[in-house]
Design a protein around this ligand. Structure first.
Ligand code: GCU
Length: 417
């Protein structure tokens, strides 16, 4: 009996394997692999991974202003609606940066013109922020290709403190493939989020909050993601001053919590010409109202410091949100936006991320930045580009890999050509 069942399981696995591979080859639209859905549903049963259980929802209209009037021109978007949407995200999701004054200095603490075996110049820049006798340093690492025509475009990675961005290059990884970035003629820049704000909940005593927050924090006070995004902008402040860098061509890149950060940084800071959100999931690219994989309630409980306290109002109450994440993506337009996901990372809702991008398109179209992408997702490992908008879903697990970076750089080649 046992053998009969294992034989059955064996053949059904082969069938599943063949059909998945065939669908990749025949170019069928990606769907969450059933096996992964079942596996995840068993291990985290309070979260939904079944497409058929996604609740019905209506997204807020990104192109209708607060009094319900339709936005029909690029001028109305830029002057009225863009500002409204930005305010809504500041007030309800990421929180607002306080207006406390501070000073900022840049110091190149190490320069090596012969880095990476002579192919790059390494600059290590200390960005020091000071306010009322306290200070904090953001350590920016920058590799500039020696053989490229200056100024060069750059990729700025919001590194997660737990990963290595080794300036000596003794330790290399696909996460930050600085050599490969340099080989393609781009500068590779990175800083660690933990320099700006440690990734733990301590009631906002440490990091930049400890430096710039004064008095009682209001419910719309900036959370940690907002602080990291602020840090990315301080790195941009430096990049703007570096004559080797083309300040009109800087991409901001982040993975997962860093991807949420990249989106919020890019939404606010118009100096980023490309925004790349790698597997950013809930609170990033994925539509909250789908409640697929991670939910607003879960993220607010597990990471109480990431967003502003107002965001907690939407735990298990997504339909009350005045925004959804397609509106965050729309804030990047008409600059370039890359959203990508991974096949096994259903926690981050790949389909919800794609639909979010799809629903942001009216703004990219209004601003003549894209002609549109299909409503159905592309096949696995197939990049879709339409003007300033790009997407892919990679095979494998939640991570940032060289494969992803190569697609990002292909997109940048087109956008920055
Ligand atoms: C957790 C979290 C996600 C986040 C991820 C990451 O899984 O729930 O929202 O994106 O960590 O940053 O790696």
């Amino acid at each position: 009996m046992k053998n009969k069942y294992s034989l059955l399981a064996y053949f059904s696995n082969i069938f599943l394997f063949l059909s998945l591979n065939m669908s990749a080859q025949t170019g069928e639209s990606w769907q969450a692999p059933r096996e992964t859905v079942e596996k995840l549903s068993k291990s985290g049963s309070e979260f939904n991974y079944y497409e058929e259980k996604v609740p019905a929802y209506t997204l807020p209209d990104v192109l209708a202003n607060s009094s319900g009037q339709k936005i029909t021109t690029s001028k109305e978007w830029t002057k009225i609606r863009r500002q409204e949407v930005l305010e809504l995200f500041g007030e309800n999701v990421f929180g607002r940066v306080p207006s406390t004054s501070y000073t900022k200095t840049f110091a190149v603490v190490n320069e090596d013109k012969n880095a990476m075996g002579g192919s790059a110049t390494l600059k290590q820049v200390d960005i020091t922020i000071q306010s009322e006798g306290k200070s904090l340093v953001i350590h920016l690492i920058l590799f500039i290709p020696n053989n490229a025509l200056k100024p060069v475009p750059a990729f700025l990675l919001i590194n997660l403190g737990s990963r290595t961005i080794d300036p000596t290059r003794k330790e290399k990884n696909e996460w930050w493939p600085a050599e490969e970035i340099v080989a393609r003629g781009y500068a590779a820049a990175a800083f660690s989020n933990s320099d700006v704000d440690p990734d733990n909940f301590d009631d906002f005593k440490n990091g930049i909050h400890g430096l710039l927050d004064r008095g009682v924090r209001p419910p719309n006070a900036w959370g940690t993601i907002s602080a990291w995004a602020w840090g990315a902008s301080r790195c941009m402040d430096y990049l703007e001053t570096d004559k080797d860098i083309n300040k009109k061509k800087v991409a901001v890149v982040g993975h997962s919590r860093g991807g949420k950060t990249a989106l919020w940084a890019g939404a606010q800071d118009l100096r980023f010409s490309i925004v790349i959100s790698n597997e950013s999931g809930c609170g990033g690219a994925a539509l909250a109202r789908r409640r697929y994989g991670e939910t607003v309630a879960r993220i607010n409980t597990a990471f109480p410091h990431w967003f502003c306290s107002n965001y907690k109002k939407y735990s298990d109450n997504e339909n009350a949100m005045p925004v959804d994440m397609h509106m965050l993506l729309a804030l990047i337009a008409p600059r370039a936006l890359y959203v990508d996901c991974a096949d096994e990372d259903l926690w981050g809702d790949p389909k919800g991320s794609y639909l979010s991008l799809y629903n942001a398109l009216p703004v990219f179209q209004l601003l003549k930045a894209s002609s549109g992408i299909p409503v159905t997702m592309p096949p696995l490992n197939k990049q879709v580009i339409s003007g300033k908008v790009a997407f892919h879903i990679r095979d494998g697990a939640h991570n940032l890999l060289l494969k992803d970076w190569n697609w990002f750089m292909d997109f940048a080649d087109q956008v920055w050509k």
